[in-house]
Design a protein around this ligand. Sequence first.
Ligand code: C5P
Length: 214
Amino acid sequence: MDGPSGSGKSSASKGVARALGLRYLDTGAMYRAMTWWMLDQGVPVTDAGQVAARVAEPVIEVGTDPAAPTIAVDGVDVSGPIRTREVTNAVSAVSSVPAVRQRMVALQREVIGAGGIVVEGRDIGTVVVPDAPVKVFLTASEDARAQRRARDLTDDPAATVQVTLAEQARRDRLDSTRTASPLAKAADAHEIDSTDLDLDEVVAEVLRLAKESS
Ligand code: C5P
């Protein structure tokens, strides 16, 4: 399942995984974990050369239970710190570095293994698993996405809908225009616009597509 930020990918993919008894992988959390580590180490994240030079160092581990997904760096749980605005605003720079993508995609394919998993990200249908049996591209209007994001960031008083909208537009622009595997809809992906759908309706639609393809 691919799509821009705030389209509802996380909730929908976890919902689908739970309904079908499958595992779940949040690839955005992996790029966020790498970004968190770079910031923690004082690596200037806009310097692609310095980011690439350090990319092999952190040990990133993910847990794939959709009821309780986990993400750790060097044995430390970073599920909280990777959601801060600091990481959110730095992640597009780090994830555009080809060496970062190479390492993350290899790790993702290792976790995915033979399948039985719902994977969410930006390049899953196009690059990571081009032969996935069901591909969904989830979208929503810019306003609906910013409202959802701002709701997720209730602990940050500066994260108003307006600020979130601007930061989200910037991140989507960077993610969509980068050279290395940009956010894109695979030719054979089913596009679902979630602007006027609630979570249950999105999950039901994905389950219908999955059934159709099996
Ligand atoms: O999905 P989430 O918003 O947590 O993703 C954080 C960032 O990670 C995205 O803005 C994007 O820069 C990067 N990402 C990516 N490829 C993926 C998943 C996420 O480049 N497959």
